[in-house]
Design a protein around this ligand. Structure first.
Ligand code: PMP
Length: 448
């Protein structure tokens, strides 16, 4: 109850300071479904309308300045209006923005992706959803098998095969902990398709082995976030990925990493580099394009031959569009340098240290899970998988978000699900503001 009162008080402050956003939303509702451009732009009690962004800050339509750790749901490694991105994109605009024909940047960009992620061949998409859709299609096309494996609670975008057993819609019957049931994300997704997606708990090799054994010759492959985000941040047990790949290969199935969030954020070559296991497919998006809509799929030569020979027709009007290529090239050569990753490490250490000290000082449960530019405060002692995630109180995460927001730090909303994203333009001062807000939150909870 005390927590609810604190939440109500902070929500009131937030609502009062975002009156301009509320007015615009009310006006927009007439012609824009729900008054937002995408479902998760709504962050109750408000949707904050943004006016502009510079460096590591954003300003909303009420004129409030925030340190931006929302990062556009993980896109923001460059920060806003980074000079290298501005130069690359404006330079490109002057020479035409779309031809639906190959342009020269394709060659250096695919070579740079191959270097970072250790996979020889690439294709482009315009979103993470399309990238994971291509990965699933490619695994099916290459094996002639229909079923795929996915982790319970993971999000891979909004196509039919992966809108299964996600967090936003938890059914009453989700099955036993070690044998989760496939639950379709609402009536838009036919169970004829979603039933082809079998779900397993994160980090549990025995469950994968059992499902593979129960469906011999039927499973095309597994799609997985190698570090699970979208339910906080979960690092798998040691050696998990190498064993997972070997296990899938023994059954003639493929391993696809969804590195849409982890991609360039947790290491230069993402989880693929961090864990030292190269999967059969890597999906990228978000940060890659420096804020321009983007996506990419890399794979082994054997798999990519199925695209080259049209077994799977990987296609799209905007695929490999010149704007995205120019921005991606700048990201890979000028923004995401070795220095950038040193900077992420320094700021992340300060934030993690500050939060964990405050948790201890005020006797609150939890820890920080963080890698590279990403991190999340986990308000429970142990978070290993979706079932652990469901078992703890979402109100902590929401109240923390409110305290950060009202203290001038924009974190991604939705309580305990999201992560912060650092950019190359954040400063020590920005990290201090985050820690200070956390201390205020922790002190308030402690006395409540
Ligand atoms: N995969 C992961 C891991 C994601 O976090 C997201 C988006 N949050 C997606 C895929 C989908 O990407 P997009 O929103 O660009 O379609």
């Amino acid at each position: 109850r005390a927590l609810d009162e604190l939440i109500a008080g902070q929500e009131k402050i937030l609502t009062d300071r975002t009156a301009g956003s509320a007015r615009l939303r009310a006006e927009a509702r007439e012609s824009l479904a729900g008054g937002v451009a995408s479902a998760w732009q709504d962050s109750p009690p408000v949707a904050v309308w943004i006016e502009d962004g510079h460096a590591a800050h954003v300003r909303d339509v009420d004129g409030t300045d925030y340190v931006d750790l929302h990062g556009g749901f993980g896109v923001g490694l460059a920060g806003h209006a980074h000079p290298a991105i501005v130069a690359a994109v404006t330079g490109r605009v002057r020479h035409g923005t779309h031809f639906a024909q190959p342009t020269r940047d394709l060659i250096p960009v695919t070579r740079l992706l191959a270097e970072r992620f250790g996979l020889p061949q690439w294709r482009f998409t315009n979103s993470g959803t399309e990238a994971t859709m291509d990965a699933v299609h490619l695994m099916r096309a290459a094996t002639g098998r229909k079923k795929i494996l996915k982790v319970e609670g993971s999000y891979h975008g909004h196509h039919d095969s992966v809108q299964v057993s996600g967090y936003a819609r938890v059914a009453e019957d989700i099955g036993p902990d070690d044998r989760p049931r496939s639950v379709a994300y609402g009536p838009a997704y036919p169970t004829e398709i979603t039933d082809l997606t079998l779900v397993v708990p994160f980090g549990d090799l025995a469950a994968v082995e059992r499902v593979l054994a129960e469906h011999p010759g039927e499973i095309a492959g597994m799609i997985i976030e190698p570090v699970m985000m979208n339910i906080g941040l979960i690092v798998p047990p040691d050696g998990y990925h190498a064993e997972l790949k070997a296990l899938l290969h023994r059954h003639g199935a493929h391993l696809a990493y969804d590195e849409v969030k982890t991609g360039f954020a947790i290491a230069p070559g993402g989880a693929t580099e961090l864990f030292g296991t190269t999967p059969d497919i890597v999906c990228l998006a978000k940060a890659m394009g420096g804020g321009i809509p983007c996506g990419a799929v890399g794979a082994t030569r054997a798999l990519m031959d199925r695209i080259a020979d049209h077994t799977y027709e990987q296609v799209g009007t905007f695929n490999g569009n010149p704007m995205m290529l120019a921005a991606t090239r700048a990201m890979l050569t000028e923004v995401l340098t070795e220095d950038a990753y040193r900077g992420f490490d320094a700021l992340r250490s300060r934030m993690t240290g500050g939060v964990e000290a405050a948790l201890r000082r005020y006797g609150l449960p939890g820890y920080v899970a963080a890698h590279g530019a990403k991190g999340s405060v986990i308000f429970t002692e142990r978070l290993r998988n979706f079932r652990d995630f469901l078992a703890y109180d979402d109100r902590w995460g929401h109240l923390h978000w409110l305290y950060q927001h009202n203290g001038g730090v924009f974190l991604p909303p939705w309580g305990k699900t999201e992560q912060w994203t650092l950019s190359v333009q954040h400063t020590a001062e920005d990290a201090e503001r985050f820690v200070l807000n956390f201390e205020r939150f922790a002190a308030a909870v402690h006395t409540a």
